[in-house]
Structure formats: structure tokens, C-alpha cells
Design a protein around this ligand. Sequence first.
Ligand SMILES: Nc1nc2c(ncn2[C@@H]2O[C@H](COP(=O)(O)OP(=O)(O)O)[C@@H](O)[C@H]2O)c(=O)[nH]1
Ligand SMILES: [Mg+2]
Length: 315
Amino acid sequence: MLTFFSYKAKKEAFDQGMAKTRRSFWTQFSKAVAGKSQVDDVVLDALEELLIAADVGVATTVKIIERLEQRVARDKYLTTTELDQLLKEEMAELLVASNSPQVADSLPIPYVILVVGVNGVGKTTTIGKLAAQYRQIGQQVILGAADTFRAAAIDQLQQWGKRAGAVVVACGRHKDPAAVAHETIQEGLRVKADVMIIDTAGRLHTKVHLMQELAKIRRTIQKLIPEAPHEVLLVLDGSTGQNAFVQAEAFTKATAVTALAITKLDGTAKGGVVLGIADQFQVPVKYIGVGEGITDLQVFDRHAFVESLFAGRSA
Ligand SMILES: Nc1nc2c(ncn2[C@@H]2O[C@H](COP(=O)(O)OP(=O)(O)O)[C@@H](O)[C@H]2O)c(=O)[nH]1
Ligand SMILES: [Mg+2]
């Protein structure tokens, strides 16, 4: 387990990041259950509405409500306090798939991460933060600027590389992303890098194009390291709610996504998107972004996540 910054500082950053989601969720829920001592249809209806408003998604919301209904039917009398506990358990349960391996020293070396996602979700920022975390535990990191579509993208990755202490391989604009991936892996092998992270453009103008581009990058990487990429990290902007679902759908179809990073949870009331996406796509949420700074990327912990949603509930 990574000790990037102290547990307390980390917990505070995380709780702050989740503040908006928590506030809107519980304020409304408290209104709905005010004066009630028992869970009934009205309470469950209110909860259903709230989960949907928090962008948990319809399918996952229905799943949660159905399970709670079963409990109410079985136990007959369920208090709203017990409901809190049940809801916590249900949410943690849905996030089971998210017990993904941590940033650790037991990774294969070299470890290749391909980072995908649409423009603006926070790919480059996440790569910078991630590079810093790997550097922190003494890994040599190399970054590949394979988003060759936008001029600023290469500069931005270079700046993050400087900040994090990672070498950046850039071949200029309009170059074939697969060629940049190739050079990155080659250079990584030459300098014996531990971790290689490749940034991509992830344009979603057609699904066929996306699929072909990612397949080509993958093939190119595999020519040099057959078992790579070890991780395909899909970055989603948590503040875009349902759009994040649409993107998850397109990318998981286009390529074998192995982990998710959900960013911008600091500025949104839509943190519920984490639950819905983890449940519906069965891809582990590995990281969450809770700010723009270099330390604002956390390894996702489902229990901490659920606790954070519930923190201050009784306050
Ligand atoms: N508040 C906040 N902003 C973020 C986070 N992650 C990225 N950003 C911002 O989102 C914007 C787009 O990020 P960028 O990494 O360039 O996205 P890319 O196009 O996918 O590479 C930048 O202004 C970042 O600072 C996050 O976790 N929280
Ligand atoms: Mg970028």
C-alpha cells in the first residue's frame, strides 16, 4: 500500500473532495426521512430518486432498491438508522470488483500502462500524478506523448514529467500515436525504466476509428513487450454524470479496459457515478482524482469511499 502522504492528510483531502456529493445527497435524504422511524415505500422512493440524482445510474439504483425492499419485506420493521447501515453494506458490496491491486513493488518490470479516455477528462493530469506516485516509491518512470492531435497536449505532458521527475518521450505533433508508443517502449527498455505510461488522444468521433487506433497502439507495444500493456486505464470525468457512462460503454467495447480512474470528484455532486460505473461495467475503479494538484490522486478504497459518503450523515 502506498504511503504517498499521511493517512490523515489523505483522508481529509478525500473527505473534502467528496463534500459536494455528500452534502447534496444527505441533505435531501434527511428531508425525505424527517420524522420517520420506519422505512416504508415513501422512504425507498425518496432514496431511489436521490440515487438517480447522484448519478448512480438507473440499473444500479434499481438493484440497490430491490435489495432493500427484500430486506424490508423480510424484517418487516426496519428503522431509518438501520437503513443507513444496510445502504452502506449494499454500496460496498457493489464495489467489490474494485479491490484492484495497489501501486506496489510487486508489479512486473517493466510495467506498461496505456491511458485512454476522451479529451478533457484528465488523462494527462492523472498521468502526471501517477508518475509522481511511482517516483515516490523509487520507480523509474517514462511517459509517452502519444496524444499527437493537439499541440498543447505534448507540452502539458512535458511539464508534468518535469514536476514528477519522469522522462517524456515526444515525437512532435501529427505523428502516428502508435509510432510514439513504439519509441516510448524502445526508450523505456533502453534505460530500463520500471514503469512506462502512454498518453493518448482518445478521439471518439467514430467507434471504429477509436477501436482501430487503440488496436494499433496495442499491437505496436506488443511487438516489443508481448505481455504489455499490463494496465489499460480508462479515465472518466466524474462530474459529467451520465456522459461518463456513455464513454465507459464506448471504451470498454473498443479495447480491453482493465481499470478506471474517475477524476474531478472534488468539484461535483455526482460522486455516485463511481458506484454505477463500477457495478455496470465490472471494471475496478483503481484511482480517483480529487483535485488538480500533484498529490490529488488516490488509490480507490471502497470502504473509505462508502464511509466518506456517509461521513457527517448524523451531523
Ligand atoms: N478539479 C479537478 N480538476 C482536474 C482533475 N483532474 C484533471 N483536472 C483538470 O481537468 C482539465 C483537463 O485535464 P487534462 O489532464 O488536460 O485532460 P486530458 O485532455 O484528458 O489529458 C485540466 O484543467 C485539469 O487540471 C481532478 O481530479 N479535479
Ligand atoms: Mg491530455
